[in-house]
Design a binder for this molecule. Structure first.
Ligand code: SAM
Length: 289
């Protein structure tokens, strides 16, 4: 919401954050959502969809490094990766650093997001849309995973909050489809909200994911412009060993990929699965029925 030179996030109705606007770069109603890209002195360029911060230049590296490198370095030999959403191109950028990957399929519902992020968020995509290994599909992620005959080693659901088109990426249909198109030993990670204020999002995903995977857990990172504290990422696979790779193996794999991260490191990877007690209690209670 715009009021004299301030942009107010409307994710929560009774509290939230605002950003002063130095310059609006683009503002439109796409076929799927309201989009604004604007500049702020402190956090750089901001992409917001339907009134919710999607990503800012200042702290996007935290989110994209943790959503890309935790599953990929845990897996250790991913050849085919699926990104659902990710229209700003930063997830594609991070995944492109892993040279053993042979194919990256990116399924984004809104072509306008890609076109406008290509133009206004060059520091996000860093030209990764030109990666010849990337197959870009404009589709609803649920439809894609339900209908594709392709199979993947890692699936990353870089979705917005469950509002608007993003809502369908938090459904059993989506998780069932992801389970269907994961190779044996595959890993699914999804964005599951800032747990202090959006605990139900994680709990609902947890309950649904458990119908398809036998190891469903969460890991965390704090991204300052995702309002309210740590964000959790759901982690689903059928092999608990993948979640507990020892730090020395992660260090070996990290060094082999020649990654130079600003947030991710192997020790932090291992510790990111440690979660607040209230969150663990809520997960336990949710399994109680
Ligand atoms: N990092 C952000 C977050 O945590 O909220 C997500 C950013 S990324 C821009 C979200 C992308 O998901 C957007 O480009 C949006 O168009 C796309 N999207 C939303 N619903 C979708 C769906 N059902 N299928 C595929 N892409 C979808």
């Amino acid at each position: 919401m715009l009021t004299n030179n301030l942009w107010h996030e409307t994710l929560h109705s009774k509290l939230g954050q605002y950003f002063t606007i130095n310059k609006i770069l683009h503002r439109t109603r796409t076929n799927h959502q309201n989009l604004i890209i604007f500049e702020n002195t402190n956090v750089g360029r901001i992409l917001a969809l339907d009134g919710i911060v999607q990503t800012t230049e200042s702290d996007e590296f935290i989110y994209h490094e943790m959503m890309a490198h935790v599953p990929l370095l845990a897996h250790g030999n991913a050849r085919k990766v699926l990104i659902i959403g990710g229209g700003d191109g930063a997830m594609l950028r991070e995944i492109s650093y892993h040279k053993n990957i042979e194919q990256i399929t990116m399924v984004e519902i809104d072509a306008s997001v890609i076109e406008l992020c290509k133009r206004y968020l060059p520091n996000h995509h860093s030209g990764s849309f030109e990666n010849p290994l990337c197959q870009l599909v404009i589709d609803n992620g649920v439809h894609f995973v339900q209908t594709t005959s392709d199979r993947f080693d890692v699936i990353i659901s870089d979705s917005p909050d469950p509002i608007g088109p993003g809502e369908s990426l938090y459904t059993s249909k989506f998780y069932e489809g992801c389970h269907k198109c994961l190779n044996p030993g595959g890993i699914l990670v999804t964005q599951s909200g800032v747990c202090f204020f959006q605990l139900n999002e994680a709990i609902n995903s947890y309950r649904k994911l458990q119908n398809y995977f036998n190891d469903v857990k969460f890991y965390q990172a704090s991204i300052p412009t995702y309002y309210g504290g740590i964000m959790t990422f759901s982690w689903s696979s059928n092999n608990p060993v993948l979640r507990q790779i020892d730090v020395s193996t992660l260090i070996h794999r990290y060094n082999k990929t020649n990654l130079k991260c600003r947030y991710y490191n192997p020790k932090l990877h291992a510790s990111s699965f440690a979660l607040p007690q209230y969150f663990l209690d809520a997960l336990k209670d949710s399994s109680a029925f």
